[in-house]
Ligand binder design. Structure first.
Ligand code: NAD
Length: 454
């Protein structure tokens, strides 16, 4: 096997080398998972729950180490990385409640009893991106294991380190060999193999809409179950009757969090025309004040982009003649830095308004009234997230129902929680992660009729 050179985006230096898995290693991981499945599904629910709680404890005990690894490898501020590992722990604890609550139903029928069971699928392939490496992995691994499946997890090639740690922690916590397997290798090789493998019952994918489209097509060959969490171009809608200062102060964190490499980034800020000037005036100090720098410095609020290629892509949305209304600062020297940038006014058909940028670039677009706000918010192939700012409660709910996205927040930009469902409308994907809903994606309903002769 050749090696994956893992780069630290803040320094551009190699921080680790790990063996690069290929088809052979992927097949071996699937075989291990398949062999482990009969015993794992037979573990008593309370015992499976305890193993998941033990794994949560093991992750918590390593929280600082894992957070530092994630901060260095993904280039995210250490405070954010600690929060993310905290969410991983919370996710395993939440789904530790599931094995004993996978309830079926009894349905009255003639001549006997009909009952349903929630059965595990078998081996599931989990393919995750580099922006929230261990967090997004946990959103899939925890419900999959809780439901009695065995897992092959494929992290992004750029950020394999915390997933590899998770594999070791799972064994230390007492999970049987083969229940959780990690293959670190290219998506087009290992990921593709998981999609095509006849012994993989389901693929759960988080990543770009483009790759997701190929996965949906590839999975058709074996009628594999697929859930897709894909890209976004979410709207942050600010009405004139909102607390405009509060909305403006919060807006940078709805899009520049994780250097904008967030599928939920509210990168289209739609502002009712009569408060546009007030909004921009309040937004300016908030954006200019963002501290961009070393992810391991406790005061840093935004780190670098993940790679040189990502920086090049992001920069292409801000050509020399771009209408830059507000721009923050970024360090010089090594590191894939890009300053937080706000474009305004931008033509509505501009690439920056229509395409997912996945970097710290936002557009501000004025609107006339509620109907135009909803039309603009929905004028995209995506439908993942979004925010609505208004003091009019009825309007807030009307707009929330009209916006075609899976997760929304009102007078807040916070919409992702362990206990609530998360996922997209339209080309942002299908299926739901987190909350009670995730378990549906890792189980099949079985119906059993028992004739009682009555
Ligand atoms: P990507 O689609 O390039 O890669 C995601 C994963 O898929 C990686 O592990 C990659 O190795 C693998 N992969 C690549 N080609 C593959 C193939 N042909 N077959 C199987 N697997 C393959 O995405 P990325 O650049 O890592 O992440 C950025 C994208 O992810 C953005 O579009 C972002 O919006 C999206 N994203 C979505 C969510 C969500 O929950 N909706 C969350 C985070 C990121």
């Amino acid at each position: 096997m050749s090696a994956i050179k893992v780069i630290e985006p803040a320094t551009e230096s190699v921080m680790a080398e790990v063996p690069r898995a290929g088809v052979e290693e992927t097949d071996a991981a699937v075989a291990r998972a398949k062999a482990a499945f009969p015993a794992w599904r037979a573990v008593a629910p309370a015992d499976r729950a305890k193993l998941l709680r033990d794994l949560a404890d093991a992750i918590e005990a390593k929280r600082e180490e894992l957070a530092t690894l994630e901060a260095r490898n993904a280039g995210k501020p250490i405070g954010d990385a600690r929060g993310e590992i905290g969410m991983v722990v919370e996710t395993f604890r939440y789904y530790a409640g599931a094995p004993e609550r996978l309830l079926g139903q009894t349905i009255p029928v003639a001549g006997g009893v009909d009952m349903t069971f929630r059965e595990p699928l078998g081996v599931v392939g989990l393919i995750v991106p580099w922006n929230f490496p261990l967090t997004i992995a946990s959103w899939k691994v925890a419900p999959a294991l809780a439901a009695g499946n065995c897992v092959v997890l494929k992290p992004a090639e750029l950020t394999p380190l915390t997933a590899l740690e998770l594999e070791v922690l799972a064994l230390d916590a007492g999970l049987p060999e083969g229940v959780l397997n990690v293959v670190a290798g290219p998506g087009s090789v290992c990921g593709q193999r998981l999609v095509e493998h006849p012994d993989v019952a389901k693929v759960a994918f988080t990543g770009s809409t483009e790759v997701g489209r190929g996965i949906a097509a590839g999975a058709a060959g074996t009628i594999k179950r697929v859930t897709l969490e894909l890209g976004g171009k979410s709207a942050n809608v600010v009405f004139a009757d909102a607390d405009v200062e509060k909305a403006a102060a919060a807006a940078p964190w709805a899009v520049f969090d994780n250097a904008g490499q967030d599928c939920c980034a509210r990168s289209r800020i739609l502002v009712e025309r009569e408060v546009l000037d007030d909004f921009l005036a309040a937004l300016k100090p908030a954006v200019e004040g963002i501290r961009v720098g070393d992810p391991l410095d406790e005061s840093t609020q935004m780190g670098p982009l993940i790679s040189a290629g990502q920086r090049e892509t992001v920069a292409s949305f801000v050509p020399a003649d771009a209408p830059v209304a507000i721009q923050g600062a970024a360090p010089d020297g090594p590191g894939y830095w890009f300053p937080p940038t706000v474009l305004c006014p931008v033509p509505r058909d501009d690439r920056a308004v229509r395409e997912e940028i996945f970097g710290p670039v936002a557009v501000v677009v004025p609107f006339r009234d509620e109907a135009e706000a909803v039309a603009l918010a929905n004028d995209t192939i995506y439908g993942l997230s979004g925010s609505i700012w208004t003091r009019d409660g009825a309007k807030a709910l009307r707009v929330a129902r009209a916006v075609e996205t899976g997760v929304l927040s009102i007078n807040s930009n916070s919409s992702v929680r362990v206990s609530t469902p998360f996922g997209g409308f339209k080309q942002s994907g299908y299926g739901r992660e987190l909350g009670p809903h995730a378990l549906d994606a890792y189980t099949e309903v079985k119906t059993v009729y028992y004739a009682t002769g009555g």
